[in-house]
Design a protein around this ligand. Structure first.
Ligand SMILES: NC(=O)c1ccc[n+]([C@@H]2O[C@H](COP(=O)([O-])OP(=O)(O)OC[C@H]3O[C@@H](n4cnc5c(N)ncnc54)[C@H](OP(=O)(O)O)[C@@H]3O)[C@@H](O)[C@H]2O)c1
Length: 244
């Protein structure tokens, strides 16, 4: 896919990893829908930053866990750019949920944002792309679904579903739309992690360091513009955690 002038939706694109993904896409000439839920100021700043690169960008507030929210993103891209060429399902929540404090609502919220959101994107934007005869979807999973950490049960259950989701929609949307996933390892730690915890995570990683958002952004670029012959794949970008 030629990203020059392509319309790309990045969910949760105002901050952290999603922001860097969106930035790298803008650098390649893509026009962007930068989705946010609560980070309005960051989304406005992102749009200003990307516009300065010469592309069109708009910040769109939407809750991806609802059908209406995902339709809002699709319609914003239709109005501004005439359609959606690619979608990066990046938005996520990562709440600590120890078993003895767990509520039913923890499961519902994790599944709604981390699994139903990407599902709605694959379904609704996937159908839109299929109707146009082209498109690419990249889902962001998590390497640790295969070796989950304790205290995050609903998160990992939801993220595990991304692998199935990716394979299901890769088949449903073939041959003109590709659907792949990236499974990041430690890239940006939650703000409440101590320095000691971050160091311990780095030591547990074969490459002995934390990754960088560019590691994810560059893999998104590979899937969007580096090849048209990969679909249904889940690519670990994890410093070797999978083999540790
Ligand atoms: N960071 C890592 O090391 C790491 C490791 C493994 C996997 N991952 C995965 O990589 C992706 C990016 O990681 P990250 O750490 O940058 O993510 P993050 O900071 O936890 O979340 C990214 C964004 O998701 C948005 N979001 C949450 N709920 C939403 C909703 N209902 N609708 C729309 N947007 C919503 C938030 O937007 P607002 O701020 O606007 O509310 C937030 O800024 C995630 O899918 C994550 O699971 C990350």
């Amino acid at each position: 896919m030629d990203l020059q002038g392509a319309a790309v939706v990045v969910t949760g694109g105002a901050r952290r990893v999603g922001r860097r993904v969106a930035r790298r896409l803008a650098e390649r000439g893509a026009n962007l829908v930068v989705n946010y839920r609560t980070s309005a100021a960051d989304a406005r700043a992102a749009v200003d930053e990307f516009s300065a690169l010469g592309v069109q960008a708009l910040a769109v507030q939407a809750d991806v866990s609802t059908k209406a929210g995902v339709e809002t993103l699709r319609d914003a891209a239709l109005d501004a750019f005439g359609g959606v060429d690619a979608l990066v399902n990046n938005a996520s929540i990562y709440p600590r949920t120890p078993l003895d404090e767990l509520t039913e609502a923890d499961f519902d919220r994790n599944v709604a944002v981390n699994l139903k959101g990407p599902y709605l994107g694959c379904w609704l934007l996937g159908m839109h792309m299929r109707g146009r005869g082209r498109g690419k979807i990249v889902n962001i999973a998590d390497w640790a679904v295969n070796r989950p950490y304790v205290d995050y049960a609903p998160y990992f259950v939801a993220k595990g579903g991304i692998v199935a989701l990716t394979r299901v929609f890769a088949k449903e949307l073939a041959p003109n739309v590709t659907v792949n996933a990236i499974a990041p390892g430690p890239i940006l730690m939650p703000d409440d992690f101590s320095e000691a915890t971050v160091q311990a995570v780095a030591r547990a990683t074969p490459l002995q360091r934390i990754g960088d958002p560019d590691d994810i952004a560059n893999t998104v670029l590979y899937l969007l513009e580096g090849t048209d012959f990969v679909t249904g794949a889940v690519i670990p970008v994890d410093g070797g955690r999978t083999v540790s």
